[in-house]
Design a protein around this ligand. Structure first.
Ligand code: ADP
Ligand code: ASP
Ligand code: MG
Length: 436
């Protein structure tokens, strides 16, 4: 059974929604994961912010604007008045829920409830549309099987145990529709898999049901060899290994949620990145294999903070790095890049929630320097220790740009550099011109 995920733009208009059946084959058993209609999750974030700041008038305004959008949407989606009325009921229900929240009792539980409405609406409308045109389908509630633990880690065994009976109960139906992004947390509350999380849902369902293939349908013809939003002339990559795709997703290639590769990788489930606007395009296939001895792609991740700890006591001191890392562990802050010398360590973090407390503790190790507004540029490909020339080509391309850190050799397929965010665009363009 395949899993097909359609992102926001792929369900972004009634026309697009109707066109999904050019891609979905109703005669084949498959699970279809849908995102919210494009723009909706951003709108829901704004509504949540308005509630959080106590501005109920603004929240009500934003809710009305969004509701209008959906009323236009359903008028184009449905032709039959009976189904249109069902669509209107769905809209009324979800928007009443948004409107009836109170300012006084607004916590992040309510905020996550708001964020969940986009996927709940898109899947329900699509399910009703399929009924209207006579295509049998089952709407599966992701909140009944998609689960994360106390550390926000999805529990694949739980997902398997809960989704399989739901699917098996309908042996006569081919098409299962479900929500991306949303889940329940360890306390049973509505939660989500972070922005862009529908990719993660698809990969998790793929892993849970040991799917033959996961297809991520989006608005571009696969993973490109550089960020197409910044660099002109980028090209799709035909094949990537799971490791390469994971590095690119983690280091900023927005086409994939940062964690979405791992569940598929664990169960060796091929992942295809495909273009809804051009379904015949080959896209990108992600498997265990990859083209050897080649630079594949470049990605960049902003919002990075570099921390340098300088200490003469580091000289020959065993246990120093352990004590240093323990500080980050205590504050549940993960480290991306590390470079060391005998007298100093530099590392990067992207979550600065506990930065002040971390600095306070690090001060006992030596002098601490902080650089904000940094960007990690990550060059991905197959360049193991026996290969030569790759690092030189990368550094040659960046010789006019100040580099704060260089990390190479951590794996066989990643060379990462830290630079000022102000230099990112030039770095990506120069690398593109020199490497491809
Ligand atoms: P969806 O809504 O379908 O999940 P996203 O907007 O999350 O789509 O991801 C697709 C977008 O990712 C593309 O439109 C493109 O602008 C952006 N993107 C960034 N880096 C890359 C890359 N290396 N290859 C392809 N797309 C990329
Ligand atoms: N709708 C969610 C978002 O915009 C999840 C997704 O689209 O993948 O982040
Ligand atoms: Mg996405």
């Amino acid at each position: 059974m395949k899993v097909l995920k359609f992102g926001g733009t792929s369900v972004g208009s009634p026309v697009r929604m109707k066109k999904l059946l050019d891609i979905i084959n109703p005669n084949e058993r498959q699970i279809v994961v849908l995102s919210a209609v494009s723009g909706t999750t951003n709108n829901l974030v704004e509504i949540g912010q308005a509630y959080l700041t106590g501005d109920k008038t603004k929240a009500a305004e934003l809710i009305q604007i969004l509701k209008k959008k959906y009323e236009i949407f359903i008028n184009e989606l449905f032709s039959n008045p009976g189904y249109l009325a069902q669509g209107q009921e769905v809209i009324d229900y979800h928007f009443a829920l948004l409107s009836n929240l109170s300012n006084d009792l607004f916590t992040n539980i309510e905020e996550k409830l708001i964020l969940a409405q986009g996927e709940l609406i898109s899947t329900t409308l699509y399910h009703i549309y399929l009924k209207e045109i006579g295509v049998p389908s089952v709407l599966l509630a992701a909140l009944d099987f998609m689960k994360i633990d106390e550390d926000n880690e999805p529990i694949v065994d739980y997902i398997t145990e809960h989704i399989e009976p739901l699917v098996n109960a309908h042996s006569d139906i081919n098409l299962f529709i479900t929500q991306g992004y949303i889940c329940r947390n360890a306390f049973g509350e509505i939660d989500n898999l972070r922005r862009g999380g529908s990719d993660y849902t698809a990969s998790l369902i793929g892993a849970a049901i040991r799917s033959e293939e996961v297809q991520i349908w989006t608005d571009i013809d696969g993973m490109h060899n550089n960020d197409p939003r910044i660099v002109n002339g980028t090209k799709p990559i035909a094949q990537l290994s799971f490791d390469e795709a994971a590095e690119l997703a983690y280091f900023g290639a927005k086409i994939l949620h940062p964690q979405s590769v791992f569940p598929a990788q664990k169960y060796k489930i091929p992942v295809r990145l495909l273009n809804t606007m051009d379904p015949k395009a080959p896209g990108t296939l992600i498997t265990n294999d990859s083209e050897k001895d080649k630079i594949k792609s470049i990605a960049a991740k902003d919002g990075i903070t570099a921390i340098k700890v300088q200490s003469s006591r580091m000289l020959l001191a065993h246990g120093f790095l352990r004590r240093l890392f323990e500080v980050f562990e205590r504050y549940k802050t993960s480290i991306d890049l590390i470079t060391t010398s005998e007298v100093a360590v530099s590392l990067t973090i992207d979550d600065t929630t506990y930065l002040d407390l971390i600095i306070q503790e690090l001060n006992s190790f030596g002098s601490v320097d902080i650089d904000k507004d940094q960007t990690i540029v990550c060059v991905v490909g197959d360049f193991g220790a026996e290969k030569h020339g790759y690092a030189a080509r990368v550094l040659e391309a960046l010789k006019h740009i100040p580099l704060r850190m260089i990390s190479y050799g951590g794996s066989d397929h990643n060379l990462s550099l830290l630079l000022n965010t102000a230099d990112k665009v030039e770095a990506l363009r120069s690398l593109h011109n020199r490497l491809f």
